[in-house]
Design a protein around this ligand. Structure first.
Ligand SMILES: Cc1cc2nc3c(=O)[nH]c(=O)nc-3n(C[C@H](O)[C@H](O)[C@H](O)COP(=O)(O)OP(=O)(O)OC[C@H]3O[C@@H](n4cnc5c(N)ncnc54)[C@H](O)[C@@H]3O)c2cc1C
Length: 502
């Protein structure tokens, strides 16, 4: 099956049905197909087709409104920035913040390290630990060297480093380097790459999965329900709707990877007499324990002249991840974003001012962790998603991170404009979290839904916390690990690792 193709009628049964073709779903499809399993991927969106009549990459907010859902083959990654970081070792432990604790994961960093390495190869991650004291232990170097910096960015890094502030390359999943399709254009972050040079869920994982010949893809198809056996103990398939027609598909294993909050919504509306509050919701955890990143923006003015179109998303400041000398709690990271026409998102009156600022500045995003707990996340309104209680914003931590970031650029000689925008929550995690305690989680540490055999979740919903770094690589690595559990390989792999360590 190639780009643009989709089947209209599924087979009656598969080894596995995967709902959603984002990072979790596409990665899972490749994992299972590579091991010889017959897989159906169900995606409610269509293939993304770039606008005709132009060579420019499409900008998200020219295609969709700010509140619209991104539903395409490849999920949200069609527009993502491809910043693919490993979580830091501390992210897997209980971490004390100013108003609460970021919870420990059911396994530590070492368990995920080999999967991170595989994920970096698959998604062609370019990076280097240089300048990043928070970089975790890695068994092998990054598979690709860091991206080259634009000359304007080189100057900024030199000025920062002259003041003792190390710049760390942003690990990015791009088809860049000899023979690669990436031309390091400016329209990358928050744009769809029409050269297919961005390693998103479709280009990096789904297309190779389809190329195995073992994966069917149904686009424009909504998964209505997960189907259980009459006694409610096992998943036996899914109920789908495509162009008004219903299909009942049987499968040995069902993997829900519909993203937040759609995975929780699907498990809720699949409820049965045995699972009255929703599948996996016997302890009331579905929709809950949602974490995220509190993000803000500052603009260091780096040039009197207009910068012109440049690829700026190549470095960040990671020196305060675990705290600062005068701050006892973890802080986070600052990342240079790509050039994004932010002014189009502001009111008409402000537009010329914001445009003027953006055209002479770098756009720097600072991110700190917003904490999950039993009260954060979505309530349900019948079968639908209801009110949202945001993750716990750490206001002082956020302000400290913003101030440290702004001061770093000021120290390097650049005036800084602080955007007066309210905190925005990005990179949501949770709503079907993994954990060892069935009373406090929806899935077990392998991604299997508690109380129902043959049913797994493999997307951002299972992550117990967001840390303070983009979560994409962790979603991929955890999906690979869950894939191994489904294939029965996880125990084998852990035994081999234990033997090697003995
Ligand atoms: C502009 C932007 C920039 C970003 N930049 C970065 C970045 O640089 N680095 C990073 O790590 N992260 C980034 N992210 C976040 C990242 O894209 C998401 O965290 C990630 O895509 C989540 O993956 P997922 O598998 O959980 O779900 P998704 O990507 O949301 O995929 C879920 C898929 O399931 C489909 N679906 C939902 N319900 C159903 C149903 N009932 N039936 C059938 N299909 C269904 C959806 O249409 C969707 O395609 C960015 C996001 C955006 C929007």
């Amino acid at each position: 099956m190639a780009f643009g193709q989709s089947i209209e009628t599924p087979a009656t049964s598969y080894d596995a049905v995967i709902v959603g073709s984002g990072l979790g779903g596409a990665t899972m499809a490749l994992r299972l197909a590579t091991a010889g399993r017959r897989v159906l991927v169900v995606e409610r969106g269509d293939w993304y087709r770039s606008k005709p009549g132009t060579d420019e990459n499409d900008y998200l907010y020219d295609v969709l409104g700010p509140a619209d859902d991104i539903s395409y083959v490849g999920g949200r990654t069609k527009f993502y920035g491809a910043a693919l970081y490993r979580n830091r070792e501390s992210d897997f432990r209980d971490v004390q913040f100013e108003t609460g604790v970021s919870p420990a994961w059911p396994f530590g960093y070492d368990e995920l390290e080999p999967y991170y390495a595989e994920a970096e190869k698959l998604y062609r991650v370019h990076g280097s630990p240089a300048g990043d004291p928070s970089e975790p232990r890695r068994a092998a170097p990054y598979p690709y060297p860091p991206l080259p910096h634009d000359p304007a960015v080189v100057k900024v890094i030199a000025k920062l480093e002259a003041k003792g502030i190390p710049a760390a390359p942003i690990p990015r999943g791009l088809d860049q380097g000899p023979g690669g399709a990436c031309v390091m254009c400016a329209a990358c972050d928050v744009h769809v790459c029409r050269r297919d040079a961005k390693m998103d869920a479709e280009t990096a994982a789904l297309r190779p999965a389809l190329a195995t010949g073992l994966v069917d893809l149904m686009t424009l198809t909504e998964c209505e329900r997960v189907l259980l056996t009459p006694d409610g103990t096992r998943a036996e398939g899914v109920l789908l709707t495509r162009t008004g027609q219903q299909h009942r598909v049987l499968a040995e294993t069902v993997i829900v990877a519909a993203g937040t909050p759609h995975t929780a919504a699907l498990l809720r509306r699949s409820r049965t007499d045995q699972h009255r509050e929703g599948i996996g919701n016997n302890s009331g955890q579905l929709g809950k324990r949602v974490g995220a990143h509190s993000t803000g923006t500052i603009f260091p003015m780096i040039s009197l002249a207009r910068l012109g179109a440049r690829h700026t998303k190549t470095f960040g400041l990671n020196l305060w991840y675990d705290g600062a000398t005068d701050w006892p709690h973890p802080l986070g990271v600052a990342q240079i974003a790509g050039q994004v026409p932010l002014w189009r998102m502001t009111g008409k009156l402000k537009q010329p001012i914001v445009k003027e600022i953006a055209e002479h500045s770098l756009t720097v995003i600072h991110m700190t962790e917003a904490l999950p707990d039993e009260g954060t996340g979505w309530a349900f309104d019948g079968d639908r998603i209801g009110a949202f209680t945001p993750p716990r914003h750490q206001a002082k931590t956020y302000a400290k991170m913003r101030d440290l970031t702004a001061k770093a650029f000021e120290k390097a000689g650049y005036p800084v404009i602080r955007a007066p925008r309210p905190v925005a929550f990005w990179h949501e995690t949770g709503s079907a979290v993994m954990g060892v305690d069935a009373k406090a989680s929806v899935v077990d540490p392998q991604g299997a839904v508690y109380g129902v055999a043959g049913l797994y979740v493999a997307d951002a919903s299972v992550l117990p916390s967001a840390g303070a770094l983009n979560t994409g690589l962790t979603i991929i690595a955890v999906a690979m690990r869950t894939g191994d559990a489904i294939l029965g390989k996880l125990g084998q792999r852990q035994a081999q690792a234990a033997q090697a360590g003995a």
